[in-house]
Every structure is written in C-alpha cells, then in structure tokens.
Design a protein around this ligand. Structure first.
Ligand code: CA
Length: 227
C-alpha cells in the first residue's frame, strides 16, 4: 500500500520539523508549507491523505483556510492551536476539521491523532457517498430530507451536520455536547436528548418510515448508514 502523504502547514520551523520527523518515523510521507495560501490548491489536488493546519499562520487564519477548503475538498484536517480557549476547539470542529491538538503537544501525541483520523476516514472513501436522502448547505444553514427543506434550529442543524459527516458512528451525548454546543459545561445530557427528539419529529413529519437516527441505550446516537 502506498504511504499516506501528510501536508503540514505550520510557520514555526522547529515545530514543523518535529512533526515531519515524527510522522516519517511512523512510515508516512510529509510535505511542509510555512504559509497558508499555497495550501488550498495543493490540497484540492487530492494527493494528500490528511492536512495538519496551524491556526496562527502569517498570511491567513487556519480556520478561514479550513472553511475555504471545505467548499470543494474533503481531506481530513487536524488543527494546531496555541490558544486553549474552548471556543477555538468548537469553532475548529464546526468548520469541518476532524481533530485538534493544543500547543505545546508532543509529536507522539500528534502522531497518534493522525493515525486515528486516518483509520477513521480512509475506509470512508470506499463506501457509497454519504446519505443521498439528506442535503446540507453549511453556508446557508439549510438542510433537506427526502427532497423537502427542513426548518431546523441552530442546534438541530449542527447535530444533523455532525451525524452526516460520519454515518454509522455512535456519538455519546458528551461528544455531541462538545461538537455542537458553545458552552458544554452549562448544559446537560437531557439537552441533547431534547434536541434529538425535535430533530426526529421534524424528519418524521417529512417521511414517517425512515427514522434515520438510531438511539444506542447507554451510549448515545448515530445516523443509519443505509438510509
Ligand atoms: Ca503559528
């Protein structure tokens, strides 16, 4: 099997070198950029298995870069963030990143995250394209189901977006809190349940038979893979 090639976009040479070394030791190929603008064209070309993006880049903010990429590219992305603020994490994941690490981090920790994301995302390319009964327009915050547009609240929309990125994956309530809510510690499991219930009711109003959200008792929720 070909070695996966990882693009690293990081302006601090010492950090970039440490990441390249750690990934190459694990049998991956790397390419490094010290600024963001050139990354978009490279990533859209489809030759990279994953991208590691620093949020604080000299020419463009990593989050903006990720948003731009997500319009026409599905490459898995791990953010590097220097700020430990919760908002960075939530924003990072909301814009379509797959994971993040907070600086300072050990190259070993980052390598483990890279491997985990690759494991999770690589089989996806072999599967049928995601759920065709749903449509999702992240820029307009609009979702559709079985050809009808849904009137979703912000949280219902974000929940559906999380599910659609990983059909079949079971998310615990805690994970959904982290991925969707701005201030997870202020909420409770029941908040997730309430929003799932509303989302289900809206989907059922469109199509009563499909019921695509599955409850896993004691675990959480997932989206059916085969609807
Ligand atoms: Ca930086």
């Amino acid at each position: 099997m070909a070695k996966p090639t990882i693009l690293i976009v990081e302006d601090e040479p010492a950090i970039a070198d440490a990441i390249c070394y750690a990934l190459e030791t694990e049998g991956m190929q790397t390419r490094c950029l010290h600024a963001g603008e050139a990354a978009v064209a490279l990533l859209v070309s489809g030759q990279f298995a994953l991208a590691i993006l620093d949020i604080g880049l000299p020419d463009v903010n990593g989050i903006e870069l990720c948003k731009r990429l997500r319009r026409n590219c599905d490459v898995p992305i791990i953010f590097l963030t220097a700020r430990d603020a919760e908002v960075d994490r939530v924003v990072g994941l909301e814009v379509g990143a797959d994971d993040y690490v907070t600086k300072p981090f050990s190259p070993r920790e980052l390598t483990a995250r890279v491997k985990a994301v690759l494991r999770r995302t690589q089989p996806r390319q072999d599967q049928a394209p995601a759920n065709s009964v749903f449509t999702l327009d992240a820029d307009r915050v609009q979702a559709g189901f079985c050809g009808q547009s849904l009137e979703l609240s912000r949280y219902e929309f974000l929940l559906l977006q999380v599910f659609l990125r990983r059909p079949g994956q079971v998310f615990s309530r805690e994970q959904l809190m982290d991925l969707v809510w701005d201030a997870p510690e202020a909420s409770m499991d029941r908040t997730v349940d309430a929003h799932i219930k509303n989302l289900r009711a809206k989907l059922r109003a469109v199509n009563a038979d499909l019921d695509p959200i599955v409850t896993h008792r004691g675990l959480g929720y997932s989206l059916k893979e085969d609807v």
